[in-house]
Design a protein. Structure first.
Length: 699
């Protein structure tokens, strides 16, 4: 105990770390160092209390967070994370299922369907049932929500009350589950449900794991859904040693099934629980902390916290109302460029957050015009790109001939003359014989009534798959190389896509095929965000959770957008929208900008907009209006136009420096003795100079 570095923690963090006698709820406010607490608690359990690392079930929600946790824990514990149970709910459940899923009627080599695979299967089912494919997104969401609330297809079907869509959904859900079982496939929600089913049917296995995991450590507890919470309750059933770390004010994933009541009711579900509040914020300035705390305090359904910080006051929150989304985007882009040119920040230090993905269009255009590098974090993730999905589909089909979704993806990729009519025949044959598409192809090949040209094409495809399947691959990379060489896939795609495939290949070294497929199936879009690359991050407010940036812009703080119009009539939904705004505000370390517009084009229609009611809940003393039409704060108005100073050097003109030669002016700001000029000198780079000293000449 003497050697354990508790002195590196504040008193509340220390209390959370050392209490291990029973259930513990750590209410960790934004930026309060919860990851630090989890890391030190893990180390305390192993180094001081003598827990085996493999006996601590440590779970979080994203691969990015899990990897960060592994890295920190391994550093402090001097261990090998491969022996640890640290990961996402889904990845840890996969480990259990790989060992025992055969106990509930599945094969251990099951495949995992990601969202794209799930949608492809649902679309095919809709087609078979003569329903519109446009329903796909809604159906996928509803089925996922039912599963996260532990409602099976049989239970749902037995409770339908005669509504046409509900009856249709019941048929789709039942067929979807049957197809998954036939393919020996699980979707994300199944990964957790199957472990619960396993433990329900096999009490001995539940006891084995619940006794093995002597301590359960949960990060982001406010994001758990019903099935995840039930799993945690099962694993802590005997010892009650569970530490749940979370913040009810940051529960923003109700649309995915997350239930804020899990954290609000934790005391009832775990009698005798100890509660520790982490209220010291290490991230943001006083203005940001006090403003966001005042705003979120308007929510009624929450556990009160009093966040504070030792940081200075910093700038007030900048609020600006503009005429339309184009002007809003220009304002954001110009502010980013100005701060970058002044040398205050790198592009990686900026994030632009928004409620709706359609808001990104104008923002991207403005950033492009200003020549500002950016990355849309919520765009297509690397593992969801077409070329990557194609290669992975080949890999999955080699392991599982029952995988119809993967077969349909690769049967004519690259093109081998197997068109829609041939695929339709395969589908009909499979339906008639109640078999997989792969087996249906074999039947067609042996059918004397089928044209020889089609039989030859299908035979070549089968021979290709059989040839690839017979080889013993030492790792995933060797399988990918063989697929690429045998199919000549790279000859059919563009250069940038080739580079993506080669990157996939390099990531597949030293990992087994099965582990590699599990890994890529469980990657989310946010996991692709990289803080080291020097670009502005554009992302939705939902995607921003868990991240932080020196400078944050929240665009579109308007009624109907934030809060979203569908939430305005539902008190629970409205509180969730307020939490979403709170998450956005607390991503900022130093500067926070809020923007609204008077008119915005939404869904092809120009609409008049009103500032968000959430902005009106921010005390005026913490805000600074920078346009004349900021009518929501009783603060002195700063006229941004009156602050503009005519620069002595025009941006774009050429100047001569006695040492660096001729350069082009990129920016000019300040006045008098504080005047600064930013010049790009070819071969030298960008320099920030004081003209009074630099002896510049106009050219």
């Amino acid at each position: 105990m003497k050697d354990f570095p508790l002195g590196e923690l504040n008193p509340a963090q220390q209390e959370a770390v050392v209490y291990c006698e029973g259930p513990l709820l750590v209410l960790a406010g934004a930026g309060s160092g919860k990851t630090r607490v989890i890391t030190y608690k893990y180390a305390y359990l192993t180094k001081v209390l003598g827990y085996s690392p493999s006996s601590i079930f440590t779970v979080t929600f994203t691969n990015k967070a899990a990897d960060e946790m592994k890295e920190r824990i391994c550093k402090i514990c001097n261990g090998n994370w491969k022996n640890y149970w640290i990961g996402t709910f889904h990845s840890l459940c996969v480990r259990i299922l790989r060992a025992h899923i055969d106990q509930i009627g599945y094969k251990k080599d099951f495949i995992i369907y990601d969202e794209d695979d799930q949608a492809a299967l649902i679309k095919r089912i809709l087609k078979e049932l003569n329903m519109h494919e446009a329903l796909c997104k809604c159906v996928v969401s509803r089925i996922s929500n039912l599963k996260s609330n532990m409602v099976t297809s049989e239970q749902y079907a037995s409770n339908i009350e005669g509504y046409e869509f509900e009856e249709r959904l019941g048929r789709i859900y039942a067929k979807y589950q049957n197809e998954l079982k036939k393919y020996n496939a699980l979707d994300f929600d199944d990964l957790i449900l199957m472990v619960i089913n396993l433990f329900s049917e096999r009490e001995d296995l539940l006891k084995k794991y619940a006794e093995h995991f002597r301590y359960v450590l949960v990060d982001e507890f406010q994001d758990t859904n019903k099935s995840q919470y039930v799993l945690l309750q099962l694993l802590s059933k005997y010892h009650k040693k569970i530490c749940a770390v979370g913040d009810d004010d940051q529960s923003i994933y109700k649309f995915r099934g997350a239930n804020v009541h899990n954290i609000l009711n934790f005391e009832k579900d775990f009698p005798g629980v100890k509660i520790v509040k982490l209220e010291q914020n290490y991230r943001s300035t006083k203005h940001i902390i006090l403003a966001s705390s005042a705003m979120i305090s308007k929510n009624l359904l929450r556990k009160p916290k009093n966040l504070w910080t030792d940081r200075d006051w910093g700038d007030k929150i900048h609020y600006c109302q503009l005429s339309n989304e184009e002007e809003e985007a220009k304002y954001i882009a110009k502010n980013i460029k100005e701060m970058y040119l002044k040398g205050d920040y790198e592009y990686r230090d900026f994030a632009v957050l928004y409620r709706l993905t359609l808001q990104a269009r104008a923002l991207e255009e403005a950033l492009r015009i200003e020549g500002i590098p950016y990355h849309v974090v919520s765009g297509v993730s690397f593992y969801h790109r077409k070329e990557i999905k194609d290669v992975i589909a080949y890999m999955r089909l080699l392991l599982n001939r029952e995988d119809n979704v993967s077969l349909l993806r690769v049967i004519n990729t690259p093109p081998r003359g197997i068109g829609t009519s041939a695929i339709s025949k395969i589908e009909q044959e499979a339906k008639k014989n109640g078999c997989s598409y792969y087996e249906a192809i074999r039947i067609i090949i042996n059918d004397e009534t089928v044209a020889e040209s089609l039989k030859q094409k299908l035979s070549s495809f089968i021979a290709l798959i059989e040839d690839l399947s017979t080889k013993d691959y030492k790792n995933a990379a060797s399988m990918i190389k063989d697929i690429l060489n045998t199919t000549a896939y790279l000859e059919e795609i563009e250069e940038d896509r080739i580079q993506n495939v080669l990157e996939l290949l390099s990531s597949a070294e030293n990992i087994s095929v099965r582990d590699f497929l599990d890994k890529v199936s469980l990657v989310s879009n946010v996991d692709s965000w990289e803080s080291k690359k020097n670009y502005v991050s554009l992302l939705t407010l939902h995607s921003a959770k868990g991240l932080e940036f020196p400078v944050v812009f929240i665009a579109g703080c308007e009624e109907g957008i934030l809060p979203y119009f569908k939430a305005q009539e539902d008190p629970a939904e409205l509180q969730e929208e307020r939490r979403l705004f709170y998450v956005g505000m607390t991503r900022a370390r130093n500067l926070l900008f809020l923007t609204t517009v008077r008119q915005r084009r939404l869904y092809s229609k120009v609409q008049n907009q009103e500032p968000s009611s959430f902005i009106k809940d921010i005390p005026p003393e913490y805000c600074c209006c920078i346009k004349k039409d900021c009518s929501n704060f009783n603060t002195p108005v700063k006229d941004s136009d009156s602050r503009k100073i005519k620069p002595p050097f025009v941006i774009g003109c050429k100047v001569k420096h006695p040492t660096w030669g001729v350069g082009v002016v990129r920016d000019c700001y300040g006045e008098g003795d504080d005047l600064k000029i930013v010049v790009n000198f070819p071969g030298i780079g960008v320099k920030k100079l004081a003209p009074k000293i630099a002896n510049l000449e106009r050219v």
